[in-house]
Design a protein around this ligand. Sequence first.
Ligand code: SF4
Length: 224
Amino acid sequence: MPTSEGIIHGENGKAQKLLDDTASQTHTMTLEVLGQAPSIEKFMALMKHVFEVSDLIGKQFQKMFPIEKPLACKSGCSFCCSNITVMTKPAFAIYALYYSKIISDGLAYDHAAQQALTKHQDCCLLKEGACSIYPARPLVCRLFHSYDFNECLAHNFSRSGTSAEFGLIAVFNGLEKGLKELGLDCNDIAFNQAIGLLLSEEYIAEKWLAGEKVFAPCYIESRQ
Ligand code: SF4
């Protein structure tokens, strides 16, 4: 796997160009889509596209720089979603909750509401040991990998990187740069608390999209 310095300083020019182009395109698209008459529908379409691109770029990077040992992560394993405070950004919390509203029969949404509002310790979108919004899971969840199941079993988490993360980070850096330039709050927030807020008060997402700092009660700093 390449080091971040290796990629940044041109160990592989093709990889660096891919990262730069991806970040730049995502930044431009964010400004174009949300710069004029922003709406939740436009935001959801943008985020869907951004997640699809991030998955594609992640796969490209994994192909270019295969990992040297197998990951311990597999379907049905959810230690890293339990008994933790998931830290994310408002855009990811909004996308996750709105996604949960529109998938399947709404059961994921009902489950999230129940878990978030009862201040459950596990991630409120964890359902029966699996992520109920897997395609829309926040960036942090995409970056978390483990090479050692026993470490996870002991809840001794230390994030192990894969080459895919360079692509993911480039996409989301472009998104965040655009959101910040549009005056939208990108502070670190507690995921469960943000979902609870979205469920308990009206127009939170719309207010965020209008530049209001409605997620301030969920800032990670304000909880310390
Ligand atoms: S959003 Fe999904 S992947 Fe992320 S912590 Fe919650 S259940 Fe786990």
